[in-house]
Design a protein around this ligand. Structure first.
Ligand SMILES: [Zn+2]
Length: 247
């Protein structure tokens, strides 16, 4: 029984991480160049200008931490997490296998001397550090993407949380899981690109409340002190197809 969680901005939003755009977003109307400056080509030409925008992402994440939805996911101790988020909340909460489709903001690499470091603006060599995130004009890391696709295709249960399926190629992964036979559970406050097409069980909630509902009402599992009670036994006895018929 393989369980895969697929997460997007909606789960980190409940930790106080704003989305890039929109009302209360990291980039407001004066930041028209954000997407343009967060490209590798512009970063190479003028890293200082790119960092004007990177600094906003950095500041938005300061002092924030994972929430109960991340904690519950981590309690599914052998599950795989595929995330489009660039924060490290899943790992911080204890998830062991996390694929970062769009990279991770906590570390960076200096393009001049190739030194890796915690995220910071300037390298010891004087160069500007590039965060280990996928810029808008970059393709995804193929090793990460392939591993995520393989995990999705092996999934028996695939849980979509807080992502609407508009960003490609990431959005193809849940569809691949469905085609390969996984049952799809979706937690989103509104219907998404997935709901009509592949979702078997739709939970109309934000991430935290949705994860609690999934746990209590659908899986009938008890979460205590970071663990799921009788998880191994539950997994052994679970019949996901009859569960889907029930809901
Ligand atoms: Zn350097």
């Amino acid at each position: 029984m393989n369980i895969v969680f697929f997460t997007g901005a909606g789960i980190s939003k409940e930790s106080g991480i704003p989305t890039f755009r929109g009302k209360d977003g990291i980039f407001n109307e004066g930041d028209n160049d954000a997407e343009l400056e967060l490209t590798l080509s512009r970063f190479r030409k003028n890293p200082e200008k790119s960092w004007k925008f990177l600094r906003k992402i950095f500041e938005a994440g300061k002092g924030k931490k994972y929430n109960r939805a991340h904690e519950i996911i981590a309690a599914f101790e052998d599950s795989v997490v595929i995330t489009q988020n660039i924060d490290s909340f899943h790992e911080d909460a204890g998830s062991k296998t996390v694929y970062y489709l769009h990279g991770e903001f906590g570390t960076g690499t200096c393009p001049s001397c190739k030194r890796k470091s915690e995220i910071k603006e300037r390298c010891e060599c004087g160069g500007w550090v590039k965060p280990d995130i996928v810029f808008y004009d970059e393709s995804l890391d193929m090793d990460v993407y392939t591993a995520a696709v393989e995990a999705a295709e092996k999934a028996d249960i695939f849980v979509i949380i807080g992502t609407t399926g508009l960003v490609y190629p990431a959005a193809n992964i849940p569809k691949g899981a469905s085609v390969a036979g996984a049952r799809i559970i979706e937690i989103n406050p509104e219907e998404s690109e997935y709901t009509e097409i592949i979702t078997d069980i739709f939970i109309r909630e934000k991430a935290i409340r949705g994860m609690e509902k999934l746990l209590e009402d659908i899986f009938c599992l008890e979460y205590m002190d970071g663990k799921l009670k009788n998880y191994k036994k539950w997994k052994k006895n679970l019949n996901i197809n009859s569960l889907v018929q029930e809901f």
